[in-house]
Design a protein around this ligand. Structure first.
Ligand code: SF4
Length: 446
């Protein structure tokens, strides 16, 4: 939790010597609190005070790293209950489950499919992050083999799930150096698993029935020297899991250190649609990792879309660069459509232009990432801003005609744009879905 200026001030020498460049210790403390200057700028802070400040300013939820290299995933380090106060920082890692009961071809096929579960949405690549290998067989050799196949086949970091610590050791050794998350489902074997996590330099997920038991268990794990811990509150089913995840987050933010770790949830519904709904629910409410059987694109796209939306900054509209975008093999006779630089507006238009197979230019006007009607209502999308955007993008040199297409909802701007720009204006459809029909049947330059 961030410290206030006064809390920091209590640990400073209070001599007002000005060596830090500030007139008083209090002024310096205020700047440190808002992270405009580092504590190291005061040469007189004692090591004890420095250590105390560092401990007090530690994030309430431990940062946990799984995997290595390009597949590395970081979860935790969140500081808020509500995203309107500050954006959530570490998107939930989605792990798709593989059972070591399956035969080898089935494991390889599923692992490859999981590794390919990625989608482009509003200009961003969203994907599944982890493959979870479950030791359902209870057999160490099968688990070890499945871990290796899943890791190689998917190219993703792994979660290794077993009730037996010794089986975890075998599987972790099989993919040694790849920093899988070791998940021990039997609390009685957690201490043995802690030793393996330390030996293999892996994070450890522990499960206990109830938050009190979980807090006790993490205390033991921390005492054994395991720093990176993931919590499984042991609940299954939406209601109980949602309650547990919310309680863990609340307690962690109150600096209850035994639960100050990212939490994980496991989907259990036998219904494929409910699997996706369950996973999306846990993404929305505080899961650091969701382990799911959902493996079809139609199941995972809504889960990943939920994650993308939850982890954007609500105080900053998602925007594309304001500029002229050619879509398809454009020529000087291609239509010129105007929209705003709000991502959802731009990509809706782009998607429909692509679907129409009519190559066209899209001019995304800088409206600070707001949608067409919002920007029009706040006077950011008007004759002046549209004309300026046209000039900046040098559209005159790109198309031979002098006709642009305005979104149907802002037809009221057409006379002003014609006066200001000297171009003809055509009124396009109100909804982006009408663009293909409009481009094929109605658009023609004047
Ligand atoms: S250098 Fe340290 S002791 Fe001196 S004024 Fe700045 S904060 Fe205070």
């Amino acid at each position: 939790m961030a410290l206030t200026g006064l809390e920091i001030y209590k640990h400073l020498p209070k001599t007002n010597c000005k060596d830090c460049g500030f007139p008083t210790c209090l002024a310096f403390a205020m700047k440190v609190a808002v992270k405009q200057v580092g504590l190291d700028k005061c040469p007189h802070v004692t090591p004890e005070a420095s250590a105390a400040l560092e401990a007090a300013s530690r994030p309430p939820i431990q940062l946990v790293t799984i995997g290595t290299g390009a597949g590395e995933i970081k979860i935790g380090n969140e500081t808020q209950l509500y995203r309107h106060e500050e954006k959530f920082h570490r998107p939930t890692a989605i792990a798709v489950r593989i059972s070591d009961r399956w035969d080898e071809p089935a494991i390889v096929e599923r692992a490859k499919a999981i590794g390919g579960l990625a989608f482009d949405r509003v200009g961003v690549r969203i994907r599944v992050n982890l493959v979870a290998v479950e030791n359902e067989s209870g057999d160490a050799a099968r688990f070890e083999k499945a871990a290796k196949l899943a890791s190689e086949g998917s190219g993703l970091a792994c979660v290794l799930m077993s009730p037996k610590a010794e089986n975890l050791r075998r599987a972790a050794a099989a993919i040694s150096g790849q920093r899988p998350l070791l998940y021990i489902s039997d609390p009685a074997q957690a201490e043995a698993a802690a030793q393996i996590a330390k030996d293999e330099h892996c994070p450890l997920a522990v499960r206990a029935d109830g938050l009190e038991a979980l807090a006790e268990l993490t205390g033991k794990m921390a005492g054994l020297g395991v720093e990176q811990i993931v919590l499984d509150p042991g609940t299954r089913g939406v209601k109980a899991t949602l309650e547990a995840l919310s309680k863990v987050r609340r307690l962690a933010l109150k600096n209850f250190r035994p639960l100050g770790y990212p939490a994980m949830a496991v989907t259990t519904s036998p219904d494929p649609t409910m699997q996706a709904i369950e996973a999306s629910t846990y993404v929305a409410k505080y899961a650091g990792i969701v382990v799911t059987d959902a493996c079809q694109p139609w199941q995972l796209l809504p889960v990943l879309t939920t994650r993308q939306d939850i982890y954007t900054d609500p105080q900053k509209p998602v925007a594309v660069e304001p500029k002229l975008y050619p879509v398809g093999a454009v020529t000087q006779d291609s239509p010129l459509l105007v929209t705003t630089n709000f991502s959802l507006s731009y990509y809706s238009v782009e998607g429909e232009v692509e679907a129409s197979r009519v190559p066209a230019y899209i001019l995304a006007v800088d409206t600070e990432g707001t949608s067409v009607l919002t920007a029009w209502a706040s006077d950011k999308f008007n004759a002046d801003t549209i004309t300026k955007a046209m000039k900046k993008a040098e559209v005159e040199g790109k198309v031979a005609h002098r006709t642009l297409v305005l979104p149907g909802f802002v037809a009221v701007l057409s006379a002003g744009v014609e006066d200001e720009s000297g171009w003809s204006v055509q009124i396009g459809p109100k909804e982006a879905s009408g663009i293909p029909s409009y481009l094929k049947k109605q658009w023609k330059p004047r």
